[in-house]
Ligand binder design. Structure first.
Ligand SMILES: [Zn+2]
Length: 724
């Protein structure tokens, strides 16, 4: 609120000369001293004047700026303010300014909010993307701000120090690191011995326990199997396991007493123990029922088992650390709330918007079947665990950096979660890919403080700050990218291979490209803006051409037109000249091999030469490992009423006698060759005659495969024999 100004405003800086002193409490913590230094440093960047920082009680000249809960500030803040850690109080007037928080962290946030009122903006993590307006004179206009963040946990995967510093400026309160906890007001971080969400394998490493306690390993297919991050859980009913598990969690907190949380979640994937006791537990807790995620096949429901074990651990940990929170993923076949188990107060369900999920629409948009399912389980979770944390896929590496316009859906989700009573939000993201995601991270960080804020206005501020003269063209660019997806109405989650084709409206993408070209022209001459536009353009051009590759590939499957394969390869290769995305590069290799081999394919190794011909081995890992010998390819059969003859140029020393065709009923029919390989170092041609009854009559595209285990088969070309 703005107060009427009756007296001349006090000055911090006049004509480049310091006119104020920053005063911190006599016993200021490292965080409060850091906050004061940040204020001094940014005022100096703005004006060239360096304001001294002194402890309360020391002489202070000029206008007084209290940072933190000095004795003077304590007189001014409202009742109940002190101890409300993240609450922010800023008051300026003719006598000076008070910039403080109810706790140390709040003071740090207060300094950044205060600098924002003076025009500073931190738009992205890189130092060149902060805006610090040059001002020779900085006067204090009368102003008061009393605010606190709407969400109590505002976490992301900071990773690098520059992302951490940016997160603090945006008011995020973790996940940072043990090393910086003393200067960031004890923001949350993973304990050093248990990092990341998938935790069973970290807390109970197979290396340490497998020999002495094989019974703690899950029983899988009749064997006690050691686990890792990707595979296998624990035999949660095994005697002694919960004690040891809890002792290790307690030890992690002993080593890192500063953090308020740890994850005690299962490893990624499945591998649930099949022993009698674990199955009996499932039957007792949830009748041994199954669960379904989206369109996936039903799987045994593990929610009760996972949260039952979490409670076993939580009770033990609470004896020493009753206030520390134990995060437990609600994910894949344990995403649904448990039937009978109710998480203990120190257990925080960590609900992943993963599957079912559709990022083209908001969670509460009933038009999306996937989100309708997720919304239903979210609401059921909120009833039993209102303190849960949402795991939001703010960025998604699985989406290969293709355009993913999620700003407005995610903004709507933050508002909706807040309405439901959600107060904990985690971004799966280091929030550092603005060339792809634009204002997304900035908007989310702001909404986590104030979900009632207008995402459009925040996004506009970001675009104007980043792109200056090119802002109108860039605004149009973002709008067209969003329209491209909205127009087709297709859902997408995490699989570009099956979802990208048909997802984007081509005309909108073309208009987006045209808007970008205009932005490039407008930015010409403004170095900083031109650089930013170039980053956005590079990323978008990569996406534009990858999308074209997926479209061509889909057209090939539908029509069998071989020109599409070459077009897909060319588009993919072009995409990679703008951005090297490793998963996309692997995929483009398939298009390339397809164009050379004559058919779309999967599972071949690198290009080799044999007998002067370019060829590919069906075993990409080579002999001796008894793995990866299988390769597959697709052949088009426009007329499925006639037999089809497939010709393959195969190296004579290969181990190949038959290929298999996969019908829509998921049956693999082996087809023997009409010739035998020569067993000599030469190129042979084999023919496989496929009768019409073995063909997949539902589709033009026929899927075939050969090899397996460790078989070594080199192929130079695959083609359909033309009718004679
Ligand atoms: Zn078991």
């Amino acid at each position: 609120m703005i107060l009427g100004a009756s007296l001349a405003p006090a000055a911090l800086v006049e004509d480049g000369q310091p006119r104020a002193t920053i005063v911190v409490p006599a016993d200021a913590s490292p965080t409060v001293r850091e906050a004061a230094q940040e204020l001094s440093a940014y005022l100096e960047k703005m004006s060239g004047a360096k304001l001294p920082v002194v402890a309360e009680g020391q002489p202070a000249t000029g206008t007084r700026v209290d940072v933190g809960l000095t004795q003077a500030a304590r007189q001014r803040v409202p009742t109940g303010f002190i101890g409300d850690d993240e609450r922010v109080w800023i008051e300026t007037g003719p006598e000076g300014a008070t910039v403080c928080g109810g706790g140390d962290r709040g003071t740090l946030f207060a300094v950044y909010r205060f600098l924002e009122t003076l025009g500073c903006r931190w738009l992205a993590p890189e130092p060149e993307n902060e805006l610090v307006p040059p001002r020779k004179t900085i006067a204090l206009e009368p102003f008061r701000l009393d605010t606190r963040p709407a969400f109590s946990w505002r976490l992301f995967s900071a990773g690098k120090p520059e992302n951490e510093r940016w997160g603090l400026k945006l008011g995020m309160n973790g996940l940072y690191s043990a090393e910086t906890a003393s200067t960031n007001g004890a923001c949350a971080y993973w304990p050093r011995s248990i990092r990341g969400v998938h935790a069973y394998y970290q807390i109970m490493p197979a290396k340490r326990y497998s020999a002495a306690h094989p019974e703690w390993n899950p029983l899988l297919g009749g064997e006690r199997t050691p686990t890792n991050v990707q595979r296998g859980q624990l035999c949660v009913t095994a005697p002694g396991l919960a004690d040891e598990f809890a002792a290790n969690v307690v030890r992690a907190f002993d080593e890192d007493p500063g953090t308020p949380l740890v994850s005690i979640s299962p490893n990624d994937g499945y591998g649930w123990c099949e022993c009698d006791a674990c199955l009996a537990l499932d039957r007792k807790l949830c009748g041994g029922r199954t669960t379904q995620q989206g369109l996936a096949r039903a799987k045994p429901f593990m929610g009760d088992r996972v949260f039952w074990f979490a409670n076993e651990v939580a009770g033990r940990v609470a004896r020493k650390y009753p206030d520390k929170k134990l995060l437990v993923l609600a994910y894949i076949n344990y995403a649904e709330p448990p039937d009978t188990i109710r998480p203990k107060p120190n257990v925080v369900p960590f609900l992943c918007h993963y599957a079912p999920a559709d990022y083209s629409r908001a969670i509460n948009d009933p038009a999306s079947e996937a989100n309708r399912q997720f919304n239903s389980l979210l609401k059921r979770w909120m009833k039993i665990s209102p303190d849960l944390m949402i795991y939001s896929y703010v960025s998604k590496s699985m989406w290969w950096r293709l355009p993913r316009p999620v700003l407005y859906t995610f903004a709507a989700d933050v508002k909706y979660l807040h309405e439901l009573g959600g107060r904990r939000y985690y971004c799966q993201s280091s929030l550092s890919d603005w060339p792809l995601d634009g204002p997304l991270y900035y908007v989310i960080a702001k909404l986590l403080w104030d979900p009632s804020a207008n995402p459009d206005a925040i996004a506009r501020e970001w675009v104007n700050g980043m792109f200056g003269p090119a802002a109108p063209a860039i605004t149009e660019f973002y709008a067209e990218v969003e329209t491209a997806v909205r127009k087709t109405g297709k859902p997408y989650s995490d699989n570009p291979r099956t979802q990208a084709a048909g997802l984007y409206d081509r005309a909108s993408l073309d208009r987006a490209m045209a808007a970008l070209e205009r932005a490039e022209k407008t930015a010409h001459g403004d170095e900083a803006v031109a650089q930013r536009v170039a980053e956005v353009a590079r990323t978008f051009r990569y996406g534009y051409w990858m999308i074209e590759g997926f479209e061509q590939s889909a057209k090939l499957e539908a029509t069998g037109d071989p020109a599409c394969m070459e077009a897909a390869r060319a588009a993919g290769q072009k995409a990679l000249t703008y951005c090297e995305v490793s998963k996309a590069a692997d995929f483009v290799k398939r298009w390339k091999t397809g164009a050379q081999l004559g058919v779309p394919n999967n599972g071949f190794g690198k290009e080799e030469t044999k007998g002067d011909r370019r060829c590919w081995n069906s075993d990409e890992t080579g002999p001796g490992d008894n793995a990866c010998g299988w390769a597959s390819f697709t052949i088009m059969a426009p007329d499925r009423s006639k037999p089809m003859v497939i010709e393959m140029d195969v190296w004579g020393e290969s181990q190949l006698t038959s290929i298999s065709i996969n019908t829509s009923k998921n049956v693999w029919t082996p087809i023997r060759s009409q010739q035998r390989l020569s067993r000599k170092p030469q190129w042979d041609t084999l023919q496989f005659r496929i009768p019409p009854e073995a063909l997949d009559h539902e589709r033009v595209a026929q899927h075939l495969g050969f090899g397996g285990a460790d078989s070594q088969i080199w192929v130079a070309a695959i083609r359909v024999q033309k009718d004679k």
